[in-house]
Write a protein that binds this ligand. Structure first.
Ligand SMILES: Cc1cc2nc3c(=O)[nH]c(=O)nc-3n(C[C@H](O)[C@H](O)[C@H](O)COP(=O)(O)OP(=O)(O)OC[C@H]3O[C@@H](n4cnc5c(N)ncnc54)[C@H](O)[C@@H]3O)c2cc1C
Length: 581
């Protein structure tokens, strides 16, 4: 869309940022601190997007916190790793830009803002055995953040955490705490007590709301960033949806937005940064781009991720990439929950298997969640249907481990399962009976369990090598020997649920360069337009190298985009000065 007169703007800012996730906020902070006036717009009545719902982890190799903890890493090792796991599909300069800018972005945040992060020193890269892989430290998570610092109204305007990120659906926990609880590390009972005491100690607030003010994960990250925006009076307009980009003199110069139902034109002197998330909640785009079959019910991402930025960018001739990719993870659909839950930890614990409709295993269940879904699709043929797949476990597993919305039977025996969940969890005293309940092949399931059990007792999985890799073992049960990911399914009754090929959000979108500038098909730059996060094609290509590999790049390229906008502002000022000199 072309416009001719700047007088047509209802509002003019220096940098218009579309979206309010972590990357958008980092960009706004950097822009403000370097002398240009940002405005964030968010289409819903809540800020934070998927970033707020998330685990809040960031994957930043060779980060300053690793160095402080004495964990060796280098850009060269990280480059080797990324090059290997992205299978050469991401240009070297993009990998380099990520690895160079990530630590700079972190240093800026820690020095200048409220953001406080800790290294997860034992959380391995997802392909830790690959060249350049590390056994821990590249993934960071936010420290707890006290929501009282935001004030009540502002806190309640933050998007809530996903159910799966909360203990008992309400209490917050860090990723490190979640790992202890779900894998029942020594002291997990005491830790549960500590989390409950922390929650109930906030007595005055408890009388008002069940929402935990001791924030962790994505809510903590967004809380810290939001507080930093408030410290600087950076405006964030809620219920303001970008509809269309406006081009003036060959550059993106603003956007048409709808604010509280009213159409407005916002001019932006140095351009527009798109940070409006992916398209996981847009059924038409899913059908068009994602592998088939697909269903909008299978996403754990935000309902607001409808691909708006991708649509606006392509209207200006932007190129797209990785549109068939997502941040995959097998999901379970829990009755009464709005979004799908990703099975991150449950799938690799000993005493469970994932099978296709024939009752046959087809994947290492303890491998990274993104790989599981890729295998679900690859394996899915008319002869071997694996979409959906079926997670099967025995009584011993059910007794020991939480699963999806259920606590372990030791805490929540079957008779305590709410009525609404009884038909969700299938159960039978025999494998044949369970197979009939699930609608899968009973004989196949019996044969699979028989051969799996014989090997599992010896700690072996000759078919899929479960428990051999460092990532598998991270989410295993240390107390189970000789393989923390393997135990036979030997105790009846047996249980099963249906698992779908879901995701945490999509990762294909507008093609960008090392400065997050949006590119056309011929490689030329659309001046004045940047894209970051899930509306841009990910620097991670088709893979998921480690925990935080989506928010890390969103924040890093948010920083890079803002730095580029600041540089263009300075160039414009210099040109104006020399014109008047
Ligand atoms: C349960 C869960 C756990 C996760 N855990 C992690 C993790 O630990 N680490 C990690 O790296 N990733 C994690 N992810 C993925 C991660 O949260 C997302 O990939 C990331 O936050 C996407 O960031 P974004 O800035 O692209 O989008 P978002 O954070 O979703 O922000 C986009 C915002 O733009 C707004 N918007 C959309 N359209 C418009 C428009 N037209 N105008 C104005 N605003 C608009 C949306 O409402 C939204 O608020 C997790 C995701 C989920 C669901």
């Amino acid at each position: 869309m072309e416009t001719t007169s700047s007088a047509a703007w209802n509002e003019t800012v220096d940098l218009l940022i579309v979206g309010s996730g972590a990357g958008a906020m980092v960009a706004a902070l950097y822009a403000h601190d370097h002398g240009i006036r940002p405005l964030l717009i968010e289409k819903t009545s809540l800020y934070g997007g998927n970033s707020a719902m998330s685990g809040g982890a960031l994957w930043i190799p060779a980060n300053p916190m690793m160095a402080a903890a004495g964990v060796p890493d280098s850009r060269e090792e990280a480059f080797t790793y990324m090059k290997h796991v992205t299978r050469g599909l991401v240009p070297d300069d993009k990998l380099d830009a990520y690895l160079e800018t990530g630590p700079e972005m972190l240093a800026y945040l820690v020095e200048r803002t409220r953001v406080r992060l800790q290294c997860m020193l034992t959380y391995p890269d997802y392909y830790v055995e690959a060249p350049g892989g590390k056994p821990g430290g590249r993934s960071l998570e936010p420290e707890h953040f006290d929501a009282a610092l935001l004030g009540e109204e502002e806190f309640l305007r933050m998007r809530e955490p996903a159910y799966q990120e909360l203990v008992f659906g309400r209490m917050s926990m860090t990723a490190t705490e979640a790992h202890h609880l779900l894998a029942r590390h020594p002291g997990w009972g005491k830790l549960t007590g500590h989390i409950m005491a922390r929650y109930w100690r906030d007595f005055g607030w408890r009388m008002k709301s069940k929402r935990d003010r001791c924030l962790s994960l994505g809510n903590a990250l967004i809380g810290m960033l939001r507080r930093s925006l408030l410290d600087r009076n950076i405006p964030l307009w809620l219920r303001t949806s970008a509809q269309e980009l406006v081009v003036e003199g060959g550059r993106v110069a603003g956007a048409v937005v709808e604010r509280d139902g009213r159409t407005m034109r916002i001019g932006s002197r140095y351009g527009v940064l798109l940070a409006a998330g992916g398209f996981e909640s847009n059924p038409t785009m899913r059908e068009r781009y994602l592998p088939s079959p697909t269903d909008v019910a299978w996403t754990s991402g935000s309902t607001a991720s409808t691909g708006d930025a991708i649509r606006m960018g392509t209207a200006l001739g932007a190129a797209l990439d990785l549109m068939n990719e997502a941040w995959w993870g097998p999901v379970t659909l829990v009755p009464g929950e709005e979004r799908a839950r990703v099975l991150v930890i449950e799938k690799g614990l000993p005493g469970c298997i994932l099978v296709d409709k024939n009752g046959r295993r087809f994947v290492n269940e303890a491998s990274p969640y993104s790989d599981i879904v890729q295998h679900m699709y690859e394996h899915d043929t008319p002869e071997t249907p694996s979409v959906p797949a079926y997670m099967i476990f025995d009584t011993e597993y059910r007794r020991k481990y939480p699963f999806g919305p259920l606590l372990q039977a030791a805490q929540q025996p079957d008779w305590m399962i709410p009525k609404a969940l009884r038909s969700y969890l299938k159960k039978s005293s025999t494998l044949r009976g369970l197979a009939a309940e699930l609608g899968i092949d009973g004989k196949g399931l019996e044969q699979t369990v028989e051969s799996f059990n014989a090997n599992a007792r010896a700690g072996k999985d000759p078919d899929f090598h479960r428990g051999e890799g460092g990532f598998d073992r991270y989410y295993g049960d240390d107390k189970v020997r000789p393989n923390p990911c393997l135990a036979p399914l030997a105790s009846a009754p047996y249980y099963g649920i249906v698992a779908y090929p879901g995701e945490f959000g999509t990762k294909g979108g507008l093609k960008t360069d090392v400065r997050a500038r949006v590119l056309r098909e011929d490689g030329s730059v659309i001046e004045g337009l940047w894209a970051i996060g899930n509306c841009s094609a990910s620097v991670m290509g088709p893979t998921y190298p480690g925990a935080g590999a989506t928010i890390g790049p969103a924040m890093t390229f948010g920083f890079a985009a803002a730095r580029d906008a600041v540089a263009s502002a300075h160039a414009v000022e210099r040109a104006a000065r020399s014109a008047t000199a």
